[in-house]
Design a protein around this ligand. Structure first.
Ligand code: PGA
Length: 250
């Protein structure tokens, strides 16, 4: 089954106007010289940079995403940004349910599910993060924990085009530690199984301490359809290097 690969850069709360634009421009240059084949290349800057970065990337092989959206389209929600607003400035993707938002903003699976619906309604592809803590992994409950997360977001109407699942074990984010190939394969297979027949088409990417060094071994795993990259996406050479592991693979 052919699944188009995808590499998503999550800049988190990093990037000012100058550094963000430089990073985006560097990536566009690379992507125009060696156009992505067989994979989608996405960057998700902070909201303050959505529009300026959009002006750099729209119409190029680099796609724009954001790191969160509100469940409503507009209204009295101080500090929030809606999916429709993201579309308005050229976003095609939105990361939802990242463990940092679950941790820092109390986001629950129920809320994430509503956000996925809002994203889909606006025409965005949702990159939905799931993943267990170290404690859950050590207790041997990783597969059941991640299954429960995926099941509770699944009732959202999805297609293989508008949903990407990112398996991001919390203990691997920003730690330099990555799960073993067997651990990654096991969870990705578990997630895929939950989608039944559609599972063969659902894109499941890995995230957590992905670097140019770790990416090569991970992308060899049949179950891995790409990456969600945090820290390493802040360097255009490093991020491009990671993306190259997805180039031309069908
Ligand atoms: P990291 O972050 O690559 O810096 O570990 C990944 C993420 O949180 O999306």
């Amino acid at each position: 089954m052919h699944r188009r690969r995808i590499v998503v850069g999550n800049w988190k709360m990093n990037g000012r106007l100058t550094s963000g634009l430089t990073l985006a421009q560097d990536l566009v240059k690379k992507a125009e010289l060696n156009r992505p084949e067989g994979y989608d290349l996405v960057i998700c800057p902070p909201f303050t940079l959505s529009w300026p970065v959009s002006e750099v990337v729209v119409g190029t092989p680099v796609h724009l995403g954001a790191q969160d959206c509100h469940v409503d389209t507009h209204g009295a929600f101080t500090g929030d940004v809606s999916a429709a607003m993201l579309v308005d400035v050229g976003c095609r993707y939105v990361i939802l349910g990242h463990s940092e938002r679950r941790r820092d903003h109390g986001e629950t699976d129920a809320l994430v599910q509503k956000k996925i619906q809002a994203a889909h309604q606006a025409g965005l592809t949702a990159v939905v993060c799931v993943g267990e803590s170290r404690q859950v992994r050590d207790a041997g409950d990783a597969a059941s924990f991640v299954s429960a997360q995926v099941k509770s977001i699944m009732s959202a109407r999805f297609t293989p085009e508008n949903l990407v699942i990112a398996y991001e074990p919390i203990w691997a984010i920003g730690t330099g530690v990555t799960p073993s190939p067997d651990e990654i394969t096991d969870i990705h297979e578990t997630i895929r199984g939950l989608f039944g027949q559609a599972g063969a088409q659902v894109r499941i990417v890995y995230g957590g301490s992905v670097t140019p060094q770790s990416a090569e071994g991970i992308i060899r795993l049949d179950e891995v359809d790409g990456f969600l990259v945090g820290a390493a996406s802040l360097n255009s050479d490093g991020f491009w290097h990671i993306a190259q592991f997805c180039h031309g693979r069908w």
